[in-house]
Design a protein around this ligand. Sequence first.
Ligand SMILES: NC(=O)c1ccc[n+]([C@@H]2O[C@H](COP(=O)([O-])OP(=O)(O)OC[C@H]3O[C@@H](n4cnc5c(N)ncnc54)[C@H](OP(=O)(O)O)[C@@H]3O)[C@@H](O)[C@H]2O)c1
Length: 299
Amino acid sequence: MKRVFITGANGLLGQKSVSVFSKRWEVLGIDLHQTSFLDSKNATYRGIDFTDKETLLESLEEFHPDVILNAGAFTDVDGCEKEKEAAFRANVGAVQNLVEYCSGENCKLIQLSTDYLFDGKEGPYPENAEENPVGYYGQTKFEAEQLIKANLKNYLIARTNVLYGIANKVRSNFVTWLIETLKDGKPVRIVTDQYNNPILVDNLAEALRECAEMDLTGILNLGGGEYLSRYDFALKIAEVFTLDRNLITPIVTKDLGQVAPRPLKGGLDETLARRLLSTKLLDAREGLEVMKRQVQGKP
Ligand SMILES: NC(=O)c1ccc[n+]([C@@H]2O[C@H](COP(=O)([O-])OP(=O)(O)OC[C@H]3O[C@@H](n4cnc5c(N)ncnc54)[C@H](OP(=O)(O)O)[C@@H]3O)[C@@H](O)[C@H]2O)c1
C-alpha cells in the first residue's frame, strides 16, 4: 500500500483528504493540535508543528511517504496582513522543510495553492497565467510555488479556490457561515464583483487522490465547474438550503472594508483538469446538493 503524509489534517481539506485517501492509502496526518479531529479509523495522527523542521523531518523519515499532501497553511487572508511573520513561517518556511525532505528522497510533493496568486483583473486564470498577488497571503503562496519549482522535479501544484463543505471543529467557510446567518434571520451584504469557481471540499479531495494515483506533475487547476459571483453563489445557497434570499443584499467590494485586498475576477480555468481526470468537477448546485445531503445525515 502506498503511503501519504497529509499536513493540515485537522483542517477542512485535510480531514476530507485523510478520509478519501485512507480508503486506498496508508495515511499519516499531522496538524498543530495534540488531538485529532478525524473520523477515519484507518489513519494515524500526530500533533506536529510543520514549521519545526527537526520534528517534522523525524516524522517523515520514520513514515517514509511516497507522497506528501501539503494541505496545512495559514489560511486567514486578513490575518496574513496582520501576522506576516507567522504567515511566512507556515506558508513558506514549512514548504522549505518539505522541499528539503523531498529533494533527498523519492517522494512527491503535492502543494495546495490558490487563485490569490493573481491580481483578479482577468480571471478565470489558466495554469500558465502570470502571477501578481495583491495581498500577503497570495504573496506567501506564490513564494512557496517558486521554491518548489526551483528545487523539485516530482511535484504537483494543485491550485484551488473558495473551498466549502462540512468537517469537525473547523472554522466556518462561506457556505456554512451563510447558512447559519440566514437561519438566524440576519441580513447579509454579499459582493457582486468577486468572481470564483467554488469547489466542494469532498470533490477536491477525490480529485487530489486521482492526481496522486495518476502521478501527475506540474501545475493543475482544481476549481469547481461553475464560474460565478459571490452574490450569485449566495443566492444558490439560499435556494438549495431553502433559506430566505430576501436577507441577501448586493454590495461591491470597495464598500465592504476588508483588511486584505481581494482579486476581483479571480477563479481558475479548470479545462485541463476536465481533460485529465475522471473525477467530475461539480458545479455550484451539484456541490451544494451533496453538502445538503451530508448536513441531513444522508449518504
Ligand atoms: N479555503 C479556501 O477557500 C482555499 C482556497 C484556495 C487555496 N486553499 C489552500 O488549500 C489548503 C487547505 O485549505 P483549508 O481551507 O483546508 O485550510 P484550513 O481549514 O485552515 O486548514 C489548514 C490547517 O493547517 C493547520 N496549520 C496551520 N499552521 C500549522 C503549523 N505551523 N503546523 C501544523 N499545522 C498547521 C491549521 O491549524 P489551525 O487551524 O490551528 O491554524 C489547520 O488545521 C491550504 O493550503 C490553503 O492555502 C484554500
